[in-house]
Design a protein around this ligand. Structure first.
Ligand SMILES: Cc1ncc(COP(=O)(O)O)c(C=O)c1O
Length: 455
């Protein structure tokens, strides 16, 4: 089939995609019978419990046969109530007693900042409208989420229509923007938040948003120890709300229920999606504390937010079934244990492949960053498309990787992100790493053959 034969607008209009016909556990199968390890967990960090889990199919079927959709302007459903209850009782950090459901991570980010702005307005601080994000972060593809996100490549085509937002440098121990040695530094990357708040005026700032482990844009970079405690202090000092974007890191991915727990810090709002329904249906959420919600409700008001599919019963029934599955099989602990093993294996690969400049991650959210020169950390020229080449090499060998570029500064840099199902075993990690190992050898040889220097 040629690419124009499909009626679908695919992500890459020039590419002919294999057709996936079945999934089971950590594997996907295409129409030609090829098997792939779902190393990226979808696009990415989605398929938290693996494919084809009968309990989820049963929950979906049961809910769909009772009621798949009910209008939220007039009703609630058992499905939405049960999912919220399970999240606040068994997953959310202490004090998070309320859940607003949406359809995905971008919507969660948009809704969280709207809630933050409204919160300030209701408290008589209507000038607090500005959102501060970080360069090299990703919070979604909607116009608003792109604006406070810091993914240069995805922002650039729409720069002219993005609403104003401020950005501070990322916290990246491998490539500190201030050239400090993490983690023995003075956390100047966190202090940049204070500087920015003071520059724009605290009375204008509504919220700061950050991913605890930067996923898509940097390739699984956890913030340095102490970073989020400093961020929390700064936010408190200036009355700025802290939104933790846990769309990738939520629900066990990093070996704790929520990624921010590794830093012992409590945000004001948490956005989540992906793992919450593990790809079986679209679902996202904003988690809030009752004190936050009561700032609106005690004045007799409501949040001015809402989507047709907010609180969709089918998605919430799936969410409940997925979260029970994660809880009952202790998959958060598995993510911690197997994730540590995975990172060790990736670091061993780094020793053997000069093009792997860094291997990092937390739990089962891991990444490798490619460099042309390990001593100077010089990235490959962007037009060599190294991450795409390595991802294509792994795919041809039966491993799905999630390639990213612009890792260094939004333009240069290459990485692969891995976020396999939390059910993955040590042996399956060995299979994944073996394919990556072979693919790195093959791509290094290709680059050398192309006259692009021995690697
Ligand atoms: C950290 C983070 N936030 C938000 C999003 C956007 O989520 P969605 O694609 O479900 O809208 C993503 C997607 O990759 C993400 O990684």
């Amino acid at each position: 089939m040629d690419a124009t034969a499909s009626a679908v607008i695919h992500r890459d209009l020039q590419h002919v995609y294999p057709t996936i016909v079945r999934g089971e556990g950590i594997y996907l199968y295409d129409a030609d019978g090829n098997r792939y390890i779902d190393g990226s967990g979808g696009s990415a960090a989605v398929t938290a419990i693996g494919h084809g889990v009968p309990e989820i199919v049963a929950a979906m079927t049961e809910q769909a046969s009772r009621v798949a959709y009910a209008p939220t302007h007039a009703f609630t459903t058992e499905a939405v109530e049960a999912c919220a209850q399970l999240i606040v009782e068994e997953f959310a950090p202490p004090g998070f007693g309320n859940v607003w459901f949406v359809s995905g991570g971008s919507e969660a980010a948009d809704n969280a900042v709207k809630m933050a702005v409204q919160y300030h307005r209701e408290r008589g601080e209507g000038t607090r409208r500005l959102i501060i994000g970080r360069w090299q972060s990703f919070h979604g593809a909607t116009i608003a989420a792109l604006a406070f996100g810091g993914n240069a490549g995805r922002r650039r085509p729409y720069d002219a229509i993005l609403p104003h937002a401020e950005h501070i440098p990322p916290c990246n121990p491998y490539r500190c923007w201030a050239n400090h040695a993490c983690p023995t530094c003075d956390l100047s990357c966190a202090d940049a938040l204070e500087r920015t708040i003071r520059q724009v005026g605290p009375e204008n700032v509504a919220a700061f948003i950050a991913e605890p482990v930067v996923g898509a844009t940097m390739g699984a970079v956890p913030a340095t120890p102490g970073y989020f405690a400093r961020i929390r202090e700064i936010c408190d000092r200036y009355g700025v709300l802290f939104i933790a974007d846990e769309v990738m890191t939520g629900f066990g991915r990093t070996g704790r229920n929520f990624g921010i727990e590794h830093w012992g810090v409590t945000p004001d709002l948490i956005t989540c999606a992906k793992g919450i329904s593990a790809g079986y249906t679209p679902l996202g959420a904003v988690l809030a504390r009752p004190e936050f919600v009561s700032e609106i409700s005690r004045r007799g008001h409501s949040f001015v937010i809402g989507h047709t599919s907010s609180g969709n019963p089918l998605s919430c029934a799936v969410g409940t079934a997925v979260l029970r599955y994660i809880r009952d099989r202790d998959l958060v602990a598995n993510a911690a244990a197997v994730g540590a093993y995975f990172l060790g294996r990736l670091r061993a690969l780094q020793d053997r492949h000069p093009m792997v400049g860094d291997a990092r991650g937390l739990g089962l959210l891991c990444g490798v960053e490619f460099v042309q020169n390990r001593a100077t950390k010089r990235p490959f020229p962007p037009d060599w498309r190294v991450s795409k080449r390595v991802a294509a090499a792994t795919l041809a060998r039966g491993l799905i990787s999630y390639p990213g570029s612009g890792t260094v500064d939004g333009v240069a840099g290459d990485h692969l992100l891995y976020a396999p199902p939390l059910t993955i075993s040590h042996e399956q990690i060995d299979d994944l790493v073996a394919i990556l190992d072979e693919s790195l050898t093959a791509v290094a040889a290709d680059l050398a053959r192309d006259g692009r220097g021995a690697l």
